[in-house]
Design a protein around this ligand. Structure first.
Ligand SMILES: O=C(O)[C@@H](CO)O[C@H]1O[C@H](CO)[C@@H](O)[C@H](O)[C@@H]1O
Length: 477
């Protein structure tokens, strides 16, 4: 197949009047400096770009809690694992020291067995459920959950290191972080792939980061709901229930939590006792890419004695990835490890092997073709699920909406395989979306409407990381 053609360019006019309204959310922070700076800033694209970068900077500053960044005020008041690793990429464009600090703070919560928790509860907050008292983990004095999230950190460290202006600081910080990241990746091998299949298991939808993805529907349905203490969801006080997971899903999320807590999150037991065990494409793609970057760092930092071990993980995973490829659909699929079946649902995680660099050239060409088909069905790239599938829900969280972080990962992958035009198309789309609708948690791919939490850190960070070198249209010529 020839190169995928770029079908869209950045439109001259954007709908700035529909953009960010700080007053839309009761718990929105009051931003310093000009209010609603995107409003009225549309005529001249360079001015709008400047505004977008400024508001992104303000969001990170507002969400900074001293060394770590919360994803969004009220809705997510703690430090989240993969959010922080992605947010550090945004901080790097503003203040390199602060970017390194984000990672240091995350790894300060690493457990003795190597796990880096999915949430770190640095300070108490009444606005999130389930908080530290429900998780009740004792391994980490500052309080944390007992599960993890896609391991982005090594990818960020390599990125910060390679782009650093302050090379001395970068060398020092990368050297300090290297052994901690290595310990985490070892933990993935022992705790999440004890049978040596080459791919790691995900034991909770929250571990995947794509919590209510249709890829988990069947596996989650097979989790029996236990007698769990009554609970009140806080998320529904911040965000419309039409944009969030359903009660049935929460009952099972909590069932899993209480079962894991009952064995004190002992990683030797969890893999075998969890009634939910899937091969998640997002986690495995991120881990694969993170291992490539960790290997690069090992060589660069004079840690060559670790290369053989990391190569072993990469080689094993490479072969195993092929078992997840659905050639007929031109898409990778997740797997339910407990039934042994590939999951039918088609999600944007299926394109992430491009980000990993694990797809072959012909698989990559198929993926690009499938992705183009998806994009031709919606106005805004990239829907998180196949827009033609019956389970596509354009507003509900990971069941349809656009996520800027996933767009960033997939375009990075497309470029690596030579699909520059398609990458440019997605970047231009994302830019238009952000200009028109502000910095939100996610967006409706059909209408572009912002959804979920407002003034959202990882979207702001992607904006900075992506656009601080200029608007995509200029770069994509
Ligand atoms: O809904 C929640 O309460 C949390 C639980 O971890 O997940 C969402 O929010 C987190 C914070 O942004 C993300 O890390 C996840 O990927 C997901 O989008």
């Amino acid at each position: 197949m020839g190169p995928v053609k770029c079908l869209k360019t950045v439109p001259a006019q954007v709908h700035a009047h529909q953009s960010f309204h700080a007053n839309d959310v009761s718990d929105a922070p009051v931003l310093p400096g000009p209010k609603n700076i995107l409003i009225g800033a549309k005529e001249d694209a360079s001015k709008s770009l400047k505004d977008l970068l400024e508001i992104s900077k303000q969001i990170l500053t507002e969400n900074d809690r001293g060394g770590y960044t919360i994803p969004a005020k009220g809705l997510y008041p703690y430090q989240w694992n993969w959010d922080s690793a992605l947010v550090a990429l945004g901080w790097a464009t503003l203040n390199e020291g602060r970017a390194w600090e984000e990672l240091e703070k995350l790894f300060s919560a690493q457990w003795e067995d190597g796990l880096v928790p999915h949430i770190v509860f640095h300070q108490p907050s009444p606005t999130y459920f389930p908080g530290p008292e429900i998780w009740g983990s004792v391994q980490q004095p500052m309080g944390s959950t007992g599960i993890t999230q896609p391991p982005v950190a090594a990818i960020t460290v390599r990125n910060l290191y390679e782009t650093a202006v302050n090379k001395d600081l970068a060398l020092q910080k990368a050297k300090e972080l290297f052994p901690m990241i290595l310990a985490w990746h070892r933990w993935f091998q022992s705790a999440r792939d004890p049978e040596g299949t080459g791919l790691v298991a995900t034991l909770h939808p929250w571990e995947s980061g794509m919590d209510n993805s249709p890829a988990w529907d069947d596996a989650l349905h097979n989790v029996p709901v236990d007698q769990i203490p009554p609970y009140v969801r806080q998320d529904l006080g911040h965000v419309d229930s039409a944009m969030r997971p359903k009660k049935d899903e929460y009952d099972r999320y909590l069932t899993l939590l209480y079962r894991f807590r009952a064995v004190n999150y002992d990683c030797k037991q969890l893999y075998f006792l969890s009634p939910f065990r899937v091969t998640d494409l997002c986690t495995n793609s991120v881990l694969y890419r993170a291992n490539l970057d960790l290997r690069w760092l090992a060589v660069e930092l004079g840690q060559g004695e670790n290369v053989k071990e990391i190569d072993g993980w990469i080689e094993k995973a490479r072969d195993a990835f092929d078992t997840l490829y659905d050639a007929e659909e031109g898409l990778y699929k997740c797997k339910d490890q407990l039934t042994g079946k590939l999951v039918a649902a088609k999600t944007s995680a299926g394109f992430l092997p491009l980000f990993a660099r694990v797809a072959s050239a012909s698989q990559a060409a198929d993926l690009a073709r499938t992705l183009e088909r998806w994009l031709n069905r919606v106005k805004h790239s990239i829907p998180s699920c196949d827009p033609e599938a019956p389970n596509f829900e354009p507003l509900r969280y990971w069941r349809g909406p656009v996520w800027a972080i996933i767009n960033w990962m997939i375009t990075d992958g497309l470029r690596a395989y030579g699909f520059e035009d398609l990458a440019c198309r997605i970047e231009a789309d994302t830019y238009e979306l952000l200009l028109s609708h502000g910095i939100s948690e996610y967006y409706n791919p059909v209408t572009g409407a912002p959804a979920g939490g407002k003034l959202f850190s990882w979207t702001a960070a992607m904006c900075l990381a992506w656009l601080s070198k200029g608007a995509p249209a200029a770069r994509c010529k």
